[in-house]
Structure formats: structure tokens, C-alpha cells
Design a protein around this ligand. Sequence first.
Ligand code: CTP
Ligand code: CA
Length: 229
Amino acid sequence: REKRAAKRPLAGRKVVVTAGGTVERLDPVRYITNDSSGKMGFAIAKAALDLGAEVTIIAGRTDVAPPLNWAGLTFTRVESAQDMYEAVNAVWADTDILVKAAAVADYRPKQAAEHKIKKSGDSMTLELVKNIDILETLGQKKKAQFLIGFAAETDHLEQHAMDKLRRKNCDLLVANDVTAEGAGFGADTNIVNVYDANGLVESIPRASKDEVGLHIMELAATRLTGESK
Ligand code: CTP
Ligand code: CA
């Protein structure tokens, strides 16, 4: 006999969603970043609100405007991966579910010049240094938090997804093949596979990012509250 799902299963829960791409400065007018529209992260946040949670979005650069008028939402804009880490870490102790939908730059320019860099020679070399891995760092120190990671891949989806899930100590990992039609960057729809430590949990066929977001948060709510599906 199926237990009827509570309408607001995340009531009283705190959900933190990172979205968008981090911005790694080279100088005051230039930066490197990652593709990420912010749509998937914002859809997750909306779903979490609909399920009753208190939600914080910590966003880098996004193509879509942030949903500043949603009741129950706290919105924080950050720039670099380091800023994003500090913002997430500041709310970490009080977080029930962390969803890392952001595209975090793996590297940043070794130096951010204080003044605009002037052009000079015919070539220029940029030295990059590694950024902190936010999810991995928090995954290693997690206690009761439920961690949801994302992976955008172009090949060997399952292998990369399971590797990331284990390395970052995630409870769920949402993977998509960005080369598939109707999935990935900028699109309004997505096609994802959700994994847990035992492997594939679910393949969600092409659906709007809002629907995919709701599905993922319902799955998280079910697992967090220990209810069987
Ligand atoms: N992530 C993070 N901090 C980073 C890099 C990634 O928190 N510095 C998070 C992303 O937000 C995402 C997950 O880790 O939820 C996977 O990101 P991805 O870039 O796919 O993984 P990487 O470990 O960086 O591996 P690679 O880019 O080499 O595929
Ligand atoms: Ca990466």
C-alpha cells in the first residue's frame, strides 16, 4: 500500500542551491568563466520552495535573471569559486540539502591584475592555478547534510558520474550528456540520469527543467525523510 506523499515534505528544511558559472578575474575588465545559464539551479530552487523548504541560492554569473521575488528565497550573488565556497561554507552548518548545480571553474588565473592589462607582445601566456573543489571539500566533512552533485559530460556518462559521486561523497548525482539534443547549456529542457552509491536510480526522459528540478527534489525529500518510495 502506497503511503500518500506529504504535500510539503521539505517543510522546516533548509536547502542551499548553487547555480550559474563562477567568474575568475584576470583583471578588472576580463575574466574566464564556464557555460551555465542558471536555469537548472533556479528550477531546483523553485521546486524546493514548492515542497516547503527555506531556500538559499548562491549564484555566479547567470544568463537568466535571478528570481528575486520568490517568497522564502534568499539570493546571494558571488563571483569566484573561492567566493562561492565561502558563501556556501557560511551556511553549511545549517544546511539540510546542498544542491551543487553551479558550473565551478576548475582553475583561475594565478594573478588577478589590479589594473587593466595592456596589450604588448604577439602572444601571451596565462598561468592558471587550481580552485578549491567545493563539493569535495564539504563532502569530506558532511554530517547529516544531504549532498546532490551535478555532472555535465560528453562521454562515458555513468563512469564519470559514479567516480564523482564517490569522490565527492554525494548522496545523489545528477548527470547529463550535454551533447544530447534537448539537454544541457541554455536549453529549457534537460535529460538526466540520477545515480546513488549503488548505481543508476532513475533515467528522467526529456522534460522541462522545472519538471526535472521537481523530480530531483522529490527524490531527495523521500530519501532525506527516510520514507520508502
Ligand atoms: N564542483 C565544485 N567545485 C569545483 C568543481 C566542481 O563544487 N571546483 C562541483 C560542481 O558544482 C558539480 C560537481 O562538482 O556539482 C561536478 O563538477 P564537474 O566539473 O563535473 O567535476 P570535476 O570534479 O571538476 O571534474 P571534471 O571537470 O574534470 O570533469
Ligand atoms: Ca570541473
